[in-house]
Design a protein around this ligand. Structure first.
Ligand code: ADP
Ligand code: MG
Length: 323
């Protein structure tokens, strides 16, 4: 296994959290209505993601594991209007380069599915396998062949919290998908796939918080914002419960966070922050998600305009409720 592949892998899969995110996004892209996620030892020992999506054809399984192999875009212009979460074709190759990796998949066009096992990027076996339609990917011993990376991983506890937040947020946004999430042999989440985000909220927060969160829905022709905000009576000591989806992708952006926290200014005490789960929809041409391999960083064409619209949407919403 060559050094370049391992270095490249490190850009996409920084930590167990990133592998969970990539596999979950692939399942969503595959049109799954059910996703089962199982994590052991904070993702270092095991990350398993099983979906009932479209599957991977037998003759495409090995190809999917190659770097820059994506079935999702075919030309540069496609980057302007990305509809899927993945498009760089790096995730599976990267994860398989730094783990013991098995893939089982079947499409509904074939009688037999495919089983592939890979260790540190080398394909050990590929054989037909009988399955139901969908894909199951098992990642064991992540970074077993990258001791330097293993040494600098965050604690298992930190990783567990981050993975749990990540999966919960996707389960909330994609409430029409049934998520079953188990970690260290405990069930963390089991959503019903009904599409009712309030149902998912009740699994993410305590009863009163879940009940008291305010609905936000403002649809401008340039920007659509939906989601949940805390009333002024509920606050947190940090900004960690403020998050955003843009066109279905969880992103982190300090200016979006500032647009929200500033809307609460003078309504919360100093050092207190709201809870916000906000889902933004914007023309894909207005936002660049291709800034970094993990796609969590984004760039807007008109950041000031987004800031203004979001800030006033939040401001109006909370003042309407606090009067
Ligand atoms: P990307 O998502 O950027 O296309 P990945 O490396 O994540 O790249 O995946 C490579 C390809 O493997 C995808 O384009 C898709 O065709 C296929 N694939 C990966 N995961 C799944 C899945 N869960 N179900 C169906 N196809 C998948
Ligand atoms: Mg992907």
């Amino acid at each position: 296994q060559n050094v370049a592949a391992k270095i490249a892998a490190g850009e996409v899969v920084e930590r167990p959290l990133s592998a969970v995110k990539e596999l979950m996004e692939n399942a969503i892209d595959a049109g799954a209505t059910e996703i089962k996620i199982h994590v052991e030892s904070g993702g270092q020992r095991l990350i398993q993601v099983e979906d009932n999506g479209m599957g991977i054809a037998s003759d495409e399984a090995a190809v999917a594991l190659q770097r820059y192999a994506t079935s999702k875009i075919t030309q540069v212009e496609d980057l302007e209007h990305i509809q899927t979460l993945g498009f760089r074709g790096e995730a599976l190759a990267s994860i398989a380069a730094v783990s013991r990796f098995t893939l089982d998949s079947q499409t509904n066009q074939e009688n037999m599915g495919v089983h592939l096992s890979v260790e540190g990027g080398d394909i050990l076996a590929q054989e037909p396998a009988g399955l139901k339609t969908g894909t199951r990917i098992k990642v064991e011993d992540l970074f077993f062949n990258v001791p330097a990376r293993r040494k600098f991983l965050k604690s298992e506890n930190t990783e567990r919290k981050a993975i749990s937040d990540l999966v919960s947020r996707y389960a909330l946004y994609y409430a029409h998908i049934r998520f079953q999430f188990n970690m260290e042999s405990r069930q963390i989440l089991n959503t019903n796939g009904s599409g009712d985000r309030r149902e998912v909220l009740s699994q993410l927060y305590d009863v009163t918080t879940a009940r008291d969160l305010l609905d936000l829905r403002v649809v401008d022709e340039y920007l659509g914002v939906e989601g949940f905000l805390s009333p002024v009576g509920i606050s947190r000591s940090n900004r960690k419960e403020i998050f955003f989806f843009i066109n279905g992708r969880l992103v982190s952006d300090s200016s979006l966070t500032a647009a929200v926290t500033q809307a609460y200014q003078n309504m919360l005490m100093v050092g207190r922050y709201p809870i916000a789960a906000l889902f933004l929809k914007i023309d894909p041409q207005e936002v660049d998600v291709n800034v970094h391999p993990t796609k969590a960083e984004i760039r807007f064409r008109e950041p000031g305009r987004i800031f203004g619209l979001l800030n006033s949407a939040v401001r109006k919403n909370i003042s309407a409720f606090s009067n």
